[in-house]
Design a protein around this ligand. Structure first.
Ligand code: GFB
Length: 312
């Protein structure tokens, strides 16, 4: 990409898209194109076709997707499967058809088998059964990876696919029913502190382990790989470190300054026991994450405090 390239960030208001937009601006890219959901519904083929026909886009960051935490995935399987497949099919096909030079697709660490050997290497994809709470989303994302690879194989389209660890940061979803664990716990501990409550309840047993990547690190990796990686083979993006949900809760409790106890609700699902990514391939290309978890959580908590009145 050069400074004048026409770069489309799909999903620029979401956690990932907004971070990519910030980072592109920081690096001096001047020709960034965005559309809100009202302006362009990516699930509508004809609208997406018209957009690519008219806009002559050079590069696409496909960060638009239906996403959510463990409960949202488990509750709305049809929406997660359908919307994601529609968005990625429409964008990938029309990007290829209307001359896009390169497209970046985003998957997720949940595409790997539930009981993968750890850390998870890229070639473990499709070697075992998926985690049932999010298999619908995972199947959609696997279809996206395969779509990208098929367009590369059949048409020579330059597409790359990144598999990020669990993401967090500014512009996350803080709705307790649909969010991921990290924003949910920030909000729960904050509200418990403000309301002088005795306990905060976390879902599941607290024993599952997750790898958390700050979305600004992911955005940086996206731009790095757009400029330095040309292969339809998937590539993991993570920190190389994971933490149990209970330890995460203790860390967030300390950062927020809540004095009460943590209790577990084991009627809620644990999900995958562990999904630590093997990031050797990315490290060998010369990229490493920079934001340590504690600092990332502190900054996200500050962002939450500044923005919470607009969030829910
Ligand atoms: O972040 P999370 O919803 O996503 O949950 P997954 C991670 C772990 O935190 C699970 C526990 O073991 C949850 O039971 N947890 C504890 C909580 N308290 C809470 C809480 O208050 N809210 C939430 N949400 N979790 C998602 C997938 O799985 O991860 C998606 O469903 C996607 O497909 C995403 O891959 C990255 O890591 O379990």
């Amino acid at each position: 990409m050069d400074r004048k390239s026409r770069i489309f960030v799909a999903g620029h208001r979401g956690l990932v898209g907004s971070a990519i937009l910030r980072k592109l601006k920081e690096y001096g890219y001047e020709n960034i194109i965005t559309r809100s959901r009202n302006e362009l519904d990516l699930t509508k083929f004809d609208d997406v076709e018209k957009f690519f026909q008219e806009e002559r886009i050079d590069y696409v960051f496909l960060a638009a997707a239906k996403v959510g935490g463990i409960l949202a995935n488990d509750t709305y399987p049809a929406d997660f499967l359908r919307e994601n497949i529609l968005i990625q099919n429409n964008v990938i096909h029309n990007a290829y058809t209307y001359g896009v030079k390169k497209l970046l697709f985003l998957g997720s660490s949940c595409i790997y088998p539930k009981y993968s050997k750890q850390p998870i290497k890229e070639d473990y994809l499709l070697t075992g059964k998926l985690e049932p709470t999010n298999e619908w989303y995972a199947i959609a994302k696997i279809a996206g990876i395969k779509m990208a690879q098929a367009y590369s194989k059949q048409y020579g389209f330059n597409v790359i696919s990144l598999m990020p660890a669990n993401l967090y940061g500014p512009n996350d979803n803080f709705d307790l029913k649909t969010s991921h664990v990290l924003p949910a716990l920030l909000r729960k501990f904050h509200e418990a502190k403000v309301n002088n409550m005795d306990t905060v309840t976390i879902w599941g047993t607290g024993t599952p382990r997750r790898e958390f990547l700050h979305v600004d690190d992911l955005a940086d990796a996206c731009i790095f790989l757009m400029n330095n990686y040309d292969s339809p083979e998937i590539i993991n993006v993570g920190t190389g470190k994971d933490i149990s949900i209970l330890k995460l809760a203790q860390k967030i409790k300390e950062i927020v300054g809540f004095k009460g106890r943590i209790v577990t609700d084991t009627s809620k699902p644990d999900g995958t026991p562990r999904k630590l990514l093997d990031i050797t391939k990315l490290n060998n290309l010369g990229w490493k994450s920079k934001i340590p978890l504690s600092r990332g959580i502190e900054e996200t908590y500050s962002w939450f405090l500044e923005n919470k009145d607009k969030l829910y």
